[in-house]
Design a protein around this ligand. Sequence first.
Ligand SMILES: NC(=O)c1ccc[n+]([C@@H]2O[C@H](COP(=O)([O-])OP(=O)(O)OC[C@H]3O[C@@H](n4cnc5c(N)ncnc54)[C@H](OP(=O)(O)O)[C@@H]3O)[C@@H](O)[C@H]2O)c1
Length: 297
Amino acid sequence: MSDATLGGRFTFPGTALGVRRVGYGAMQLSGPGIWGPPRDPDAAIAVLREAVAAGVNHIDTSDFYGPHVTNQIIRQALHPYPANLVIVTKLGARRPADQSWQPAISPKDLTAGVHDNLRNLGLDALDIVNYRVMGSGHGTEEGSIAEQVSVLADLQREGLIRHIGVSNATATQVAEARTIVDIVCVQNNYNLVHREDEALIDDLNREGIAYVPFFPLGGFTPLQSSTLSSVAERLGATPMQVALAWLLHRSPNVLLIPGTSSVAHLRENLAAAELTLSQPVLHELNQIGATAAHASH
Ligand SMILES: NC(=O)c1ccc[n+]([C@@H]2O[C@H](COP(=O)([O-])OP(=O)(O)OC[C@H]3O[C@@H](n4cnc5c(N)ncnc54)[C@H](OP(=O)(O)O)[C@@H]3O)[C@@H](O)[C@H]2O)c1
């Protein structure tokens, strides 16, 4: 399969790890509320196998999806892993029995999290681990992450983690993390409507660091916009495909990890890489975020 497939190739800075720009996010593979087993385990396995067969070599996951369930499904579906597959996981939370999301950020928590991921994925070392900053639930929040990033750097020196990223992080936190260790990717909330990271994306691009938007399709609140629907209709594509193509056009360091539990949606999302958006169309789509930002003030 050629490197031009799925949006072309991106190499994480300072690493030998290359991925196609359209990847897959595995969060939708556990049960409702990202808790417990999926309703249809065979379908979850089919989605993962189809993704890899189609050329996807970047899978985003976490041991707090399920918890543990999503990683176990990835292992069941794909282990032994293809040599070129990059699995990216994240640390910083735990899921108590009430199904909430709680910070798990002590050195002991983070170290245990690495071992949980290794065991459930069936790996000796994790390709990339993001430190996921937990806030109050209203987006990113300032505050030092030096202690947690230093723990990940120690685990990297031990050989359990190959490369490090950060998630749900402010530009200040990204800069702080980069004083401690090489950061290869930043995974934050960004899509056609949610556009707070515009400057950060461009800054990271200049450094060759990947920017990986989570909720690329709007996450729990799927993107809806009359402009998006009208552009999609004109292009003979679906609104979700246009939303993903817009992200691919946004900057060469943007990598996609759309999540789905459906093979049909997966195929649709991967085909978004074939869509070319003209400058006038990009301009039209850019107004969606501008309008959303205006409406929220
Ligand atoms: N770092 C973080 O804090 C963080 C937070 C959230 C997510 N993530 C990562 O980011 C990935 C992507 O985020 P996400 O899965 O939450 O949200 P998303 O990709 O924005 O959207 C997923 C939702 O869209 C639906 N969908 C997917 N493709 C579709 C299509 N072609 N047509 C219509 N609906 C479609 C899915 O339902 P179906 O299952 O029915 O397709 C699901 O409800 C996750 O899988 C996870 O790996 C990271």
